[in-house]
Write a protein that binds this ligand. Sequence first.
Ligand SMILES: C[S@@+](CC[C@H](N)C(=O)[O-])C[C@H]1O[C@@H](n2cnc3c(N)ncnc32)[C@H](O)[C@@H]1O
Length: 182
Amino acid sequence: MLLLEAVARHCPGRMVQIFATDVEEAGLAQARSGVYPLSVMHDVSPERQKRFFTRVDDFQFQVKKELRDTITFARQNVLADPPFSKLDLISCRNLLIYLNPDAQRNVIHLFHFALNSGGLLILGTAESVGAAEKNLRRYPSAGGSFGGSARHAVPAERQGSNREGPTGGDCSVNVPAASGFP
Ligand SMILES: C[S@@+](CC[C@H](N)C(=O)[O-])C[C@H]1O[C@@H](n2cnc3c(N)ncnc32)[C@H](O)[C@@H]1O
């Protein structure tokens, strides 16, 4: 929702493609269905409910096709399967904390490889890029592109002339902290 809104505002006409991956098929199936209980709608503004959800019954809402069509769900084991590439943003929160240091290093290395120039990596609050600090730097939180409590990193050797943000530097998308980026 936030990406579609931000892209419409800052780079109209730009397509958004999201790869939503997990190693667990059951979780993917649930996410793919896009069905949420009524209770979570307390955290969704009436405008977003109207634009992005349809009511299934008295107890459930479903994400509309416009939003579901931007997302490709796929099973992926980040420790074993081939990585994606040319990504503008990777959000991987609360996975690294369950991995041993060697596995964490490998995954961070893959993420670094997978990101486009100027791309962003978003980790959970208890996670860090560890020894990869030399390749990935913390994105400034104050006035930074993304809010919330996540930590942010961007490939250092790719900064320099290309600090405008994701999408190759010609279109920067800012999501305000208050919007609660997941
Ligand atoms: C603690 S949950 C975090 C979910 C979500 N990002 C959040 O912050 O609420 C960790 C997720 O990582 C997935 N996972 C665990 N090992 C994985 C692996 N090797 N490759 C891909 N996903 C994995 C689990 O199935 C689970 O959905």
